[in-house]
Structures are given as C-alpha cells and as structure tokens.
Design a protein. Structure first.
Length: 120
C-alpha cells in the first residue's frame, strides 16, 4: 500500500476475497464476521479494538506491506488456480451522501496463486 494522499492515514478497514476453481471457497467464521455474511447459528466475533502498531501507512508517499494468512479466512479444499483481491475502506474520500457503506470501498487489482499437491 502506498499513501497517495496529502495527509497521514492509519491502516484502513479491509476485507479480502478469494475466488477458486469452483467459486469462493468455504469461509471461516472470521471471514464471515469481517464481511458481515454470517450463516444461521453463527455468533459474530466481537471487535477487540486491537490495531497493530505497524498499521500505519504514514505520511504522503510512505509505503508498507501487510501479509495475510488466507487459510485464516478460507478453507481451501480444491487444488487449482485462485484469485485474490482486497477492498479497503476509503475514509479520506468518504462520500457523505453514499447510499450504503459499500460506496466507500476501493478494490485492489487482482492477484493470482495456485494450490498444488505437495511433493515428496
């Protein structure tokens, strides 16, 4: 992530999405809580208020990298090619007249990866 704005920003709210050979893989409770897509009987994970210290994009022009353990969000069962992208809540250009919160999310470019069988 690179801060292209003209003021310091904190690491934003984000949500990660994966698509695989058969669509979106089964999600974990963590992913369903983050994205608000709970299943009947799910109890949402309450927010802790914790924000990692490294979660600052910093001043204009600063960059930083966050790594995600996708197995924390998805249950990968199928071998094959997958795509992943992240949506970031853009608080700096938040639209005051937005019809929904979804109008304030920015989508990243798509990255690809492949799950293969382990070799000996």
């Amino acid at each position: 992530m690179k801060n292209l704005g003209n003021e310091e920003i904190l690491y934003p709210r984000e949500r990660v999405y994966v698509e695989g050979p058969k669509g979106e893989p089964p999600t974990t409770l963590v992913q369903r809580s983050i994205t608000g897509r709970l299943k009947p009987g799910d109890r949402p994970i309450p927010p802790t208020g914790f924000s990692p210290l490294i979660a600052v994009a910093g001043w204009p022009g600063d960059t930083f990298t966050m790594k995600y353990d996708l197995s924390y969000l998805y249950k990968f069962k199928e071998l094959g090619k997958y795509t992943v992208y992240i949506e970031v809540f853009d608080r700096l250009s938040e639209k005051p007249n937005a019809k929904s919160d979804n109008d304030n999310w920015l989508r990243s470019p798509v990255a690809t990866f492949e799950l293969t069988a382990p070799t000996r």
